[in-house]
Design a protein around this ligand. Structure first.
Ligand SMILES: [Zn+2]
Length: 98
């Protein structure tokens, strides 16, 4: 099972999440840029179809990732909210079409 996580698909997913999160921990007020892990909002074991969905991943530093261990479900809503708010604040504004 664990070997699955080392697949190309996994790394592609992980890179996409880290990029979207600007290489920062997304925990409110944290913004750490080192020791990052990508957390599955809906757990890996709970849904095969969401494993590689970018919207199901969020960047957390190791201390914060550890802090939610066995409490993942409690934080799922908060993480979804954080990702949603990111989308509302685009880093690069699309140019208006002429
Ligand atoms: Zn953090």
């Amino acid at each position: 099972m664990a070997e699955d996580r080392r697949s190309d698909e996994y790394w592609t997913w992980r890179r996409a999440v880290v990029k979207r999160d600007c290489h920062k921990c997304q925990w409110p007020g944290c913004r750490r840029r080192t020791k990052l892990q990508v957390h599955h909002i809906v757990p890996w074991s709970a849904s095969a179809s969401l494993r590689y969905v970018v919207g199901n991943g969020i960047c957390l530093c190791i201390p914060h990732h550890r802090s939610i261990k066995n409490k993942e479900a409690m934080y799922a809503e908060m993480f979804r909210d954080i990702i949603l708010k990111q989308k509302l604040k685009p880093k690069v504004k699309p140019r208006p079409k002429k």
